[in-house]
Design a protein around this ligand. Structure first.
Ligand code: BDR
Ligand code: CA
Length: 306
């Protein structure tokens, strides 16, 4: 079993990734850490707690970075993709679960130091919490087992603009710090996540289960799919960005990787771009191919608990 710290900016596909991970016996989730990104950090924490509550799971949630490393607060949030509340406007009142005391960055440092070479971090939001953890205690870099990051667009176009992927452009300085730190990273970027598709028809199957949690996930994913209808007409569903990072944590052979060093552009028009150069010495493995059909099948077997 892999011991996981799951860093999220919950978000609809983050919620799907949470459900997939929480229903996967291969993963032991020690805690969730939250970051601004799809929504402000307070909402990311609330949404993470709300998803846990719907799934009836009690796992610690630590609130983390509310702003970028060097550029202050994010100005606008992608409400057209994730809704006013970040969960496709499905939230009805605040969850009763409470966040844990303490900061996400301290939780990451403490867990990594107490379990050397055992912890895998799955990061599916901006990389600010991990960057802050490295800055606060650089020793953790040699103690983390693996970091699986949903982020970047190395050989393909971005999704915010032609260059940048959303998680990286939210905090390019944090991404640059993490991706040049020497941490053992698997980069699950748009190169592979855009090859995955959750078809619309699956939402009716989820609803038909009659389960409240399935209804909740179907309603929010319906909102996400409507955003995809405008941005990717003809796709007939949505990409499964954050869930693929979980899939790779469970089955690394879902993807083929290439060893590269990655430079993140931090200035000018191309800010947020992830430029990869082949480098057999690099600790970064960039996912460049995915068995999308096998992944989507596995995700669908797990996301709704039978
Ligand atoms: C990433 O950006 C966010 O909108 C999603 O949650 C995902 O982590 C995709 O580019
Ligand atoms: Ca996310």
């Amino acid at each position: 079993m892999k011991s996981i710290i799951f860093d999220v900016d919950t978000g609809i596909d983050d919620a799907l990734a949470m459900a997939y991970a929480l229903h996967s016996p291969e993963l032991e989730i020690l805690g969730f850490t939250t970051c601004f990104g799809n929504v402000p950090v307070e909402d990311a924490t609330r949404n993470t707690l709300a998803v846990l509550e719907k799934l009836n799971r009690h796992i610690p949630v630590f609130s983390g970075a509310g702003q970028t490393l060097n550029r202050g607060e994010k100005k606008e949030y992608p409400k057209h993709v994730h809704g006013e509340d970040g969960l496709g406007n499905t939230l009805e009142g605040a969850p009763t679960l409470q966040a844990s005391q303490g900061h996400a960055v301290d939780f990451i440092i403490e867990q990594v130091k107490s379990r050397p070479d055992e912890i895998t971090i799955i990061a599916v939001g901006p990389l600010t919490n991990i960057a802050l953890a490295i800055k606060k205690d650089p020793e953790i870099m040699s103690l983390v087992k693996e970091v699986i990051i949903m982020g970047g667009a190395v050989k393909v176009q971005g999704n915010v603009n032609p260059y940048a992927e959303a998680n990286i452009i939210c905090d390019p300085d944090a991404a640059d710090l993490v991706l040049s730190s020497g941490l053992p990273v698997t980069l699950v970027g748009l190169d592979v996540t855009m090859q995955t598709c959750l078809p619309k028809s699956k939402l009716d199957e989820w609803r038909a289960t009659g389960k409240e949690s399935a209804q909740f996930l179907a309603e929010m994913t319906d909102y996400y799919m409507k955003a995809y209808d405008s941005s990717h007409p003809g796709l007939g569903g949505c990409a499964l960005h954050d869930p693929l990072a979980v899939g790779v944590a469970i089955n690394s052979d879902l993807v083929r990787t290439e060893s590269m060093n990655i430079k993140v552009v931090t200035e000018g028009e191309e800010t947020g771009r992830t430029i990869g150069q082949p480098d057999s010495e690099s600790g970064i493995r960039v996912c460049t191919e995915v068995d999308a059909a096998r992944f989507v099948k596995h995700f669908l077997e797990r996301v709704i608990r039978s």
